[in-house]
Design a protein around this ligand. Structure first.
Ligand code: ARG
Length: 460
């Protein structure tokens, strides 16, 4: 018989049983469900609803069951619908009739909310650590490549030379914001819903603060309707997950471009690439491509949950069961992508010579030359125009700016002198960007210090 079967005179249609069950995907909540039940049992004892002996037996049974589940010794059944009722049934098999007292003062509505809070709290902490590991590798790379120059792009056109360290650190900051977003979301993830009952608050005098303390929650929902209806914390988590994937995807796009023969700025390690079944010469950047591709699934999940929630009246509605598959998939996607990314970045080869020759053979020093004229009194707009004409002239003559003789320069402006060639060196251009946050060497060194403080702060 179903745990809720009293009111029913017919068995559930077999298709309905399968259709409404969530055990095939919510079994991963088993561990936190049991943790929550142990805390609930203790609260029932603490609040004088169950005897100490009953609490002890319930907790011992639940702990035993936890072990059995970890050892793969139990089988969940669709007939018991979801993880919550499966565990209650299994506890019954384990300790007998006393198990029927566990659900006193509780509903699956506050129970499932609790499970999601507990589960997400753990996963959020894991993800913060994984991002931190990736950041550490990015910073290590940045430290090695302070003096490696490469073209910086806008519109994917060469714009200004930059330090490779600066480029890596840009990603550090994106991921730093993701960590901070997760830390902030944690305030809402760490809210305790139990005691809300089905919707109106438990009919038993449960000490909710005690439950929260047992489970290490920072705060308690102040409104029972809100406690069981709220999935904002899942939406928030998914939106940070989407942001993490978006950042990984942008980095992926660059790694894919950079490992193309046309760029040849980097080479991913063989261990992180795959080959072609037909073309023997191929070495494909499948990992960043897949990460870029998987970003779409996580976005989809975020949008799916927002859509599920938009029309729901208070309080619990079965629609909410649809929050789980997407969430679990997003967690798996983000964690596998982060975990594969860290060693991939660590092992990739950087072709510093190719980067160097790229900045030496383009016109990305043109802005520096315009600034040269400006610092000698030519208004910037005029300087911009003069240099534009010189670049156009050089392109036509197939010359780099450094190859154009001084006499030719002076035809465009008499302000030019022999020292203009110093300005054309990539290092010069890079180091003029010495403002805080710029790509100039002292600014990058300073940035590295700040970044290392952030890394250390999280390790505390
Ligand atoms: N399996 C359900 C879910 O995931 C648990 C809550 C069910 N509550 C109910 N009243 N049917 O949402």
């Amino acid at each position: 018989m179903k745990l809720w079967g009293g009111r029913f005179s017919k068995a559930t249609h077999s298709e309905v049983e399968i259709f409404t069950a969530s055990i095939e995907f919510d079994a991963c909540l088993a561990e936190v469900d049991i943790l929550g039940s142990i805390a609930h049992a203790k609260t029932l004892g603490h609040s004088g609803i169950l005897t100490n002996d009953e609490v002890e037996k319930l907790c011992a049974g639940l702990t035993k069951l936890q072990k059995k589940i970890q050892d793969g010794k139990v089988q969940f059944q669709i007939a018991h619908e979801d993880i919550h009722m499966n565990i209650e049934k299994l506890l019954h098999d384990e300790i007998g009739e006393l198990a029927s007292k566990l659900h006193t003062g509780r509903s699956r509505n506050d129970q499932v909310a609790l499970d999601l809070h507990l589960y997400l709290r753990e996963k959020t902490t894991d993800i913060i650590h994984m991002i931190h590991a990736l950041q550490t590798v990015l910073v290590e790379k940045a430290e090695v490549h302070v003096d490696t120059l490469l073209p910086g792009y806008t519109h994917l056109q060469r714009a200004l030379p930059i330090r490779l360290a600066h480029h890596f650190l840009a990603y550090f900051w994106m991921f730093q914001r993701d960590i901070e977003r997760l830390q902030d979301a944690m305030k809402r993830i760490s809210l305790m819903p139990l005691g809300a009952g089905a919707l109106a608050g438990s009919g038993f005098p449960l000490d909710r603060a005690y439950t929260a303390e047992l489970l290490g929650f920072e705060n308690i929902y102040e409104n029972s309707l809100d406690a069981v209806s709220d999935r904002d914390f899942v939406v928030e988590f998914l939106s940070v997950a989407a942001s993490i994937m978006m950042h990984l995807s942008r980095l992926s796009e660059e790694l894919i471009l950079w490992s193309s023969q046309e760029f040849s700025f980097i080479e991913l390690d063989d261990a992180f690439c795959t080959g072609s079944s037909m073309m023997p010469q191929k070495k494909n950047p499948d990992v960043p491509e897949l990460v870029r591709g998987k970003t779409g699934r996580v976005y989809g999940t975020l949008f799916s949950l927002l859509t599920i929630l938009k029309g729901l009246p208070l309080a619990y509605n079965k629609d909410m069961q649809e929050d789980k598959e997407g969430l679990f998939d997003a967690i798996k996607t983000v964690t596998t992508c982060l975990s594969i990314y860290t060693p991939m970045i660590q092992t990739m080869k950087i072709n510093t010579e190719t980067m160097r020759s790229a900045v030496e053979n383009d016109y990305s020093n043109a802005t520096g030359l315009a600034n040269y004229l400006t610092s000698r009194g030519v208004p910037f707009r005029h300087a911009h125009e003069i240099i534009g004409k010189i670049v156009s002239h050089c392109i036509e003559k197939k010359l780099l700016l450094a190859e154009l003789p001084l006499k030719e320069y002076q035809k465009f402006s008499t302000v030019f002198a022999g020292d203009l060639y110093d300005v054309l060196k990539p290092e010069f251009s890079v180091d003029t960007c010495s403002v805080r946050g710029g790509t100039g060497k002292p600014a990058v060194i300073k940035q590295l210090e700040v970044v290392k403080q952030k890394i250390a702060a999280l390790e505390k």
